[in-house]
Design a protein around this ligand. Structure first.
Ligand code: ASP
Length: 323
């Protein structure tokens, strides 16, 4: 009987807690640099989720380094109360195979909150690159073998993966220059300190439009519809057979976050994904808002598990690891 009373008391505490949620500032941890593409998604989403969560303040906290594992680990170890959540991309599926000393488990240390969007990538180069189109760019890369600098956001990042696939497809080795996000990499690319980068359109669209970088191709199998990017050829059109990469983003809470709190965040996410202002901002940057069952936590989890399986052989073949 005593046990039953204790159980009922514990359960009512959980429900009372969820009733009051959220009653203070929520922090969305972004494991890449401020001003970059993951940060862009988080800031737009924070704004769109604020109202559905009762006008609560939502801040973005950039916790950088080690291919997003430092920020992700911070959330895996945070109090499971719904006030510290993670927004990360495809790195959730690459980290388990890349990190030799993985400090957390992607599949069991988080509550999955739902997916947000998919974002194509673009191959871009410094503004002084002499090539006028992809054919000439390829010739330039071939002529400068051993001297080409390729920026990325660290091992396991989207730009790293895309860069690896690009080098593989062209059969040209390049020197990877890692940054803590593609925002700082973009600054060096515009300044001509590095030669090229493959990055999400959420970071590259404005710079392409302003002609601060030169775009040579888009990584998806179909051309994009975004006005600024619609004339960019796909890498497949340029002869890179089967090249098809899009980067997805999702939200995660620490394992043990009460189910009612998970449900409240998921509901706010779903409302945000229908918010015309959020959709407009994201679509202008080439992002595609998730509009299928992957907004459900269980489906999100299944999708990430499938992505881990999909990327595992690519990573094994690249033989690059984080110690
Ligand atoms: N675009 C970065 C990446 O390559 C991440 C970022 O800076 O948001 O993964």
């Amino acid at each position: 009987m005593k046990k039953l009373v204790a159980l009922v008391a514990a359960l009512s505490a959980v429900f009372a807690y969820a009733d009051n949620y959220p009653s203070k500032t929520i922090s969305i941890v972004v494991p890449f640099a401020a001003g970059g593409p993951t940060d862009r998604v988080a800031r737009d989403l924070a704004e769109a989720m604020r109202k559905p969560l009762g006008d609560v303040t939502i801040v973005v906290d950039n916790v950088l380094g080690a291919g997003s594992s430092i920020g992700s680990n911070r959330v895996a170890k945070a109090a499971p109360d719904g006030y510290t959540i993670l927004l990360n991309h495809i790195a959730m599926a690459t980290m388990p195979n890349l990190l030799r000393n993985m400090p957390f488990k992607v599949e069991s240390d988080f509550e999955y909150l739902g997916m947000i969007n998919e974002v194509p990538m673009t191959v871009i180069a410094r503004p002084t690159m002499p090539a006028k189109n992809f054919k000439e760019f390829r010739e330039w890369l071939n002529a400068h073998k051993g001297k080409v600098n390729l920026g990325n956001a660290g091992i396991g990042s989207a730009s790293h993966l895309c860069g690896l696939m690009f080098q593989n497809a062209l059969q040209i080795d390049m020197t990877a220059i890692p940054y803590k996000g593609t925002a700082p990499a973009m600054v060096d690319l515009m300044g001509g300190q590095i030669d090229l980068m493959c990055d999400q359109t959420t970071n590259t669209t404005a710079q392409i439009e302003a002609k601060k970088v030169i775009a040579y191709g888009v990584t998806t199998s179909k051309r994009l519809t975004t006005p600024v990017l619609k004339d960019l050829p796909t890498l497949q059109e340029d002869g890179l057979k089967g090249f098809d990469v899009s980067i997805w983003h999702g939200l995660y809470a620490p394992k043990g976050t009460p189910p009612d709190v998970v449900a409240k965040i998921n509901r706010a996410l779903k409302l945000a994904l229908k918010d015309p202002d959020f959709i407009k901002k994201q679509e202008a940057l080439g992002a595609v808002i998730i509009n299928d069952k992957r907004v459900e936590p269980a489906e999100h989890k299944k999708f990430v598990a499938a992505e881990i399986a999909k990327w595992s052989p690519v990573i094994a073949a690249a033989k690059e690891y984080i110690d």
